[in-house]
Design a protein around this ligand. Sequence first.
Ligand code: ADP
Ligand code: ASP
Ligand code: MG
Length: 819
Amino acid sequence: MKVLKFGGTSVGSAQNIQKIIKIISSHKTQNKHYPQQIMVVSAFAKTTNLLIEAADLASSKNNKYLAVLEYIKDIHLTISSQFFDTESQQGITKYINAKLDALAQILNSISHINELSPKSKATILSYGEILSSYIITKALQAHQIDALHKDARELISTDNTYTGASVDFKRTNQQIINYFNTVTAKIVVVPGFIAAAANGDTTVLGRGGSDFTAAIIAAALNVEVLEIWTDVSGMFTANPKLVKQALPIERISYEEAMELSHFGAKVIYPPTIHPVLQKEIPIHIKNTLAPKEKGTLITKKGNGKNLPVKGITHIENVALITLEGSGMVGIPGFSKRLFETLSAEKINVKLITQASSEHSICIGIDESNANKAKEAVDTTFEFEILRKKIRPLLVENHLSIIAIVGDNMKSHQGISGKMFRTLGKNNINIRAIAQGASEKNISAVIATKDVKKALNSLHERFFKDINKRLNVFITGVGNVGEKLIEQIHQQQEYLITTLRINIRVVGLSNSRKMIFDEEGIALNAWKDSLHKGKEASLKKFFETVKTLNLRNSIFVDITANAKVANVYGNYLKNNIAVVACNKIACSADYKSYNRLKKLSLQYNTPFLFETNVGAGLPIIATLNNLIASGDEIVSIQAVLSGSLNFIFNNFTEQTNFYDVVKQAQQEGYTEPDPGIDLSGVDVARKILILARESGMQLDLEDIENQSFLTPKNLKAATVDDFYESLRADAAHFNQLLATANKKNCQLKYVAELSNGKAKVGLREIPKGHPFYNLKGKDNIVMFYTKRYPEQPMIIKGAGAGADVTASGLFADIINVANK
Ligand code: ADP
Ligand code: ASP
Ligand code: MG
């Protein structure tokens, strides 16, 4: 014999009822005892909520309850019209109409007396299950299934609390056993949720209580299994509606399932587990919409696998009430009085924390009880409040409790550390923390707006075979930006399979337009989408990134714009990592560079700018590693301008300087204004950044810049003027080249840092020097350090170009994932 419970979502439509019939009929049993299956059914989807709404409207004399009632009728008539042939439909329609007429009368009288008693409320709520169980029995019978209907009010006895009634197990068990001993039908359909008090009044169990009805019957009859059929394939590692990566849990222990459901996994109603646990009846959670899937088996042992965290859950609509004051310290009885007050008001306590100083007690309760709690507690402590021994009760709303659950957490150290670090890294403020002594659960109170981010980031942290999602926001989609998007697009699959990193580009902006897509912008058509985007705004871009509030968010700046650089601080302060290709922030005044470095440290949020020096070459990372490992920089010598290197490599006696610079620009090796490269400013910025990263407090003015340009070149106001001046001063450049050639030297634009001083300038490099053979747009950096005193550490390779710069940015993005 087994008990199957079908939830509201499983009985929400004619198609789903068809599925249930298939499930029921496919169950072959050797069992000769009758009934072979007991079906407990919920109200049709949405009905219970609508009934509550109608009751509330009627009791406040709002006639809209009639429209709600019509809607309820419509749901039931639609389902039966789709399910039954015209003939049987007549009888069913009659039944539905009769029941809803009776309900209308009750609501009507409630609206007259303007009051809703718990007793009437329970009666009103019972209609959902009364109707659904009747219609489903008829549906089974219409399929020639030997099914019988049994009203749960004749089986389940409760006290007279009416809503959320307590079960009288002794009487209930006897009634169940007595009844089922006599049944000869194969299937008995029982409405869930509803019950009766000793005097026969209708009562209801708590919300979601059909699961409980099923468990009570299962335990009373000691059946082989209790199956809970719902709209998801089992109990998941987190609510699958909020965490896309959540996985079904194959096996779980009663205790774990209980903790998960207590903390919000409503896939099973928490009290359900008690009755079946005592008899060790397994609970199997299954998906009506996908019956072949395994689902979750809840048993005494679970699966014993050593995963410390089994699931992550949350409860919304939590208020935190805090009682505090010096008058509480060391005086017994305060908490007793506080809890007694809450209990007298029937306010359920969800979480408690008390500092060991006893200065304050902090309690999580349902938000709907917050006002009641405030009034009652302030009255209880009126005397102490008047004498300023304690403060009036502090109430904070819009909170949620998030909890991680697992039997094995107690034998693993550092779980709570991981939990809070993960929340902290994602800028989620924790208002209170509680850990049960059983260590099966660690809970934290956070703002409701952060719940989705918290669930997802914790889920990524605790379930190893889950992909870590990076949410990337790119501004600036010129040559480099375009390449970066192309590379991300191309590597997406590879990164998922090898590094378990799932990169999504969620926001894109150029100077005109911006677009966002929380699920990730389709990278094969981003140009079109961006073209149709909203008007770009730096401020709105930031605000959207902040409001989307996604975990592992990364802002990538691929512009050369000072205004963009100015907003990095805002991102860092919101724990949004910054990856910058833009050199401005790091080469601006020392104070603002230092501020960003400090913010990155303070908020534990990466600020990476590897591509500021040498494009994709790992120059800054190497420098950071040398210093972190205790080495000291003695001097740096470097050729850091791919553009200048390209220019001086191609400038020969057969070419002229003007043409070579033009070519460099056309091939994308210079800044849009080549004057910035040729004046040495760009190289000066780079050596400045290396100096700063070596620990020196330098500013751009401190860098000695010996320009090789003529005063005319330097004075040029526009790019065109600049080119003209290059043409006019050809003789000057030819002279520079001739002098070098005569000495068998190559011209290289070199940056140097030693003794705390930095300089940049054109140098004649003799044969044999590591710089001599530098080709094309290559860069080279030589680090002389305490550990590399004679033979420097050398990094060399292409130091300009969209492709390599994009790959440098890509590496920084991956590094954020690993931090
Ligand atoms: P039913 O109507 O079948 O009783 P419920 O809506 O009461 O269904 O419960 C199923 C829902 O529980 C799922 O649709 C899912 O959104 C939610 N849920 C919350 N947490 C979890 C979890 N950890 N695993 C599975 N489902 C969960
Ligand atoms: N219909 C009731 C509710 O919605 C009971 C249940 O579905 O379990 O709360
Ligand atoms: Mg439910």
